[in-house]
Design a protein around this ligand. Structure first.
Ligand code: TXA
Ligand code: MG
Length: 320
């Protein structure tokens, strides 16, 4: 079992040392908790794959604390990607860029590109910068859940997901609830035009406003981010979209929608941002209450609602 520590200076220092030593540290970001390892250490990164039960060809995002480290991992960075970086980092955005020698196959799943992100969460950022002070160059971190399951947005959720798969040297840094609640927007910046591989809090409109380039978001290119299989973000419960719940079912919907008799209300967010923030906790709480069927109302709009619809649609696909 790993141990959970708070976010005092000494706890963060200790966690940075653990990363340098090749141990795993689950840490908060503004999107979801990541399961971190030294991105230059193959043995450490292998532990991530093992504890998540994740196939080896799925690339992991490298997290850095500041833009000075970008050139270490990525090269031939197009001008529009620089604009995105300076506008939205630190923030809920991952850029896919041509990799340097430092970004080995064990990080990129054998692809010639690497995913990079500067997160915007004070504990996570401090951890990254302490790690860098000790000579580290980047922290590889997928979401801290078992492969295909719901991403954790609290330290407790990380413990519930991965506790028994982590060792006693590994640790979880408790930085509170993740503010955004859904994973970062992934933007492929390897071509002449940005391509949205995964929608998130940085929307297509925001990308256009910054780059003056129309971002493509096609289902076809989705396969470039293999973690984004059709079924993903899936709780144990069956997720049904936009139907009427029956007695004993759970319901996630905006607060203006009433709860039918005999239905367990799992979340009543007031707006789309709140919906994103509490969605994964609501899905988790369905499983904790042994609710077998969860109904979710898809929010409308072109803001973070796009990402909510994406995750809920994937959560609703069960591949047996
Ligand atoms: O918000 C986030 O992005 C969180 C926090 C911890 O930063 N991380 C996260 O990581 O969601 P993960 O591994 O659960 O999802 C990242 C997705 C995966 O589907 C992976 O396939 C894709 O990003 N990805 C990573 N590197 C890539 C690359 N070089 N090319 C294409 N896709 C990549
Ligand atoms: Mg994930």
């Amino acid at each position: 079992m790993p141990f959970t520590s708070n976010c005092t200076a000494s706890a963060i220092q200790n966690a940075a040392n653990a990363l340098i030593n090749g141990d795993l540290v689950a840490f908060p970001t503004e999107t979801v908790y990541g399961l971190g390892a030294d991105a230059a250490n193959k043995t450490a990164v292998d532990k991530i794959y093992k504890s998540k039960g994740r196939p080896a060809d799925h690339p992991v995002i490298v997290h850095i604390s500041n833009i000075n480290l970008l050139d270490k991992w990525a090269k031939e960075i197009p001008a529009y990607a620089i604009k995105l970086a300076r506008t939205f980092w630190p923030g809920p955005m991952t850029l896919i860029l041509p990799r340097t020698e430092l970004a080995k196959n064990f990080i990129t799943g054998g692809q010639s590109n690497v995913g990079i992100r500067i997160p915007n969460q004070v504990v996570g950022l401090t951890l990254l910068s302490e790690f860098e002070k000790l000579g580290g160059l980047g922290v590889a971190a997928p979401s801290a859940n078992r492969f295909g399951a719901v991403s954790p947005t609290t330290a407790q959720a990380v413990e519930d997901e991965l506790g028994k798969y982590l060792s006693s040297n590994d640790q979880i840094l408790d930085g509170g609830i993740c503010e955004v609640g859904l994973e970062s927007t992934i933007i492929d910046c390897t071509g002449s035009q940005p391509i949205i591989l995964r929608p998130g809090a940085i929307t297509a409109a925001m990308i256009f406003e910054t780059t003056h380039l129309e971002p493509v978001s096609s289902k076809k290119v989705y396969i470039k981010a293999p973690g984004l299989l059709e079924s993903h973000y899936s709780p144990l419960a069956k997720v049904i979209l936009d139907q009427t719940p029956e007695y004993g079912d759970g319901l996630i919907a905006l607060s203006n929608i009433k709860t039918p008799d005999g239905v367990t209300r799992l979340a009543s967010p007031k707006n789309n941002e709140e919906y994103a923030k509490i969605l994964y906790q609501a899905l988790r709480s369905a499983d904790e209450q042994s609710i077998k069927v969860v109904h979710a109302h898809l929010p409308t709009g072109s803001d973070i609602a796009v990402a909510i619809r994406d995750r809920l649609t994937k959560a609703s696909v069960k591949i047996s």
